[in-house]
Design a protein around this ligand. Structure first.
Ligand code: SF4
Length: 74
């Protein structure tokens, strides 16, 4: 089974709109003071992976990023 993507928030791009927290409340929380979102837990199951993937798609600024783990060919 492939490893799930790892999610991160780019503080400089995030405008704290809250969409990602609404979509993936188990994984992403808002930091009202810092005006940014934080990934508090990487997705632990398919449901959370889907939620985080959608949250990254919905993010209006591209501030929520997913990175697939490095794979080696050969
Ligand atoms: S959806 Fe994007 S811009 Fe909005 S709070 Fe989340 S990371 Fe920030």
């Amino acid at each position: 089974m492939p490893e799930p993507a790892k999610y991160t928030v780019d503080d400089d791009s995030c405008i704290a709109c809250g969409l990602c927290h609404v979509r993936a409340p188990e994984n992403i929380e808002m930091d009202e003071e810092a005006m940014t979102a934080h990934v508090v837990r990487q997705p632990a199951n398919d449901e959370e992976e889907d939620a985080c993937h959608e949250a990254a798609d919905y993010c209006p600024t591209g501030g929520l990023n997913s990175a697939k783990p490095e794979t080696t060919n050969g």
